[in-house]
Design a protein around this ligand. Structure first.
Ligand code: OFO
Length: 173
């Protein structure tokens, strides 16, 4: 069984992962509008991954005997000052997600709820990767921002990202 507090924190996190999906989809739409189709694709895949994160938590809450309570998802920002702002806000957002995950892990540890701590290990590792990707995207953009040909090649490279559903959801219909 999950404590009320942990159940509430996990429900909150499900909402935040869905908001993340919404935010990245909004960034993708903005980037499509700039005709940066590779960037738009990259963020579209990112949006799909965030939905998976929400579902992994959802499944965990159900399997741990908790109650799912879905809430309204905040509207994401729709306009940005260019690619750099999108990339910088992504890093900031991912750092925020990491700190929220850590808060749940801390609370679960203090309650000796090691089952939840274990379930969140995957998210701790995933966040390392997510933050690295965000830092990498900023560095590459900064290198090529003033070079249209380079930026064109970078956009092409981002187009190659493939959405791979999380193995944790593999046996789901
Ligand atoms: Fe981008 O991270 Fe979810 O958890």
């Amino acid at each position: 069984m999950l404590s009320k507090r942990i159940e509430e924190m996990l429900n909150d996190q499900i909402n935040y992962e869905l908001f993340s999906s919404y935010l990245y989809l909004s960034m993708s739409a903005y980037l499509s509008d700039l005709n940066m189709n590779g960037y738009a694709h990259w963020f579209h895949v990112q949006a799909q991954e965030e939905k998976d994160h929400a579902m992994i938590l959802y499944n965990y809450v159900v399997s741990a005997g908790g109650r799912i309570k879905l809430a309204a998802i905040d509207g994401p920002k729709t306009d940005f000052e260019g690619i750099r702002e999108v990339l910088e806000e992504t890093l900031e957002h991912e750092r925020d997600i990491t700190s929220r995950i850590y808060n749940i892990v801390e609370e679960a540890t203090s309650q000796r709820d090691y089952k939840t701590v274990k379930a969140l290990e995957w998210f701790i590792n995933e966040q390392v990767e997510e933050e690295e990707n965000a830092v990498d995207n900023i560095a590459k953009y900064n290198m090529l921002a003033e070079d249209p040909k380079g930026l064109y090649m970078l956009d092409k490279e981002l187009q190659a990202r493939v959405y791979v559903p999380s193995p944790l959801l593999a046996n789901q219909a």
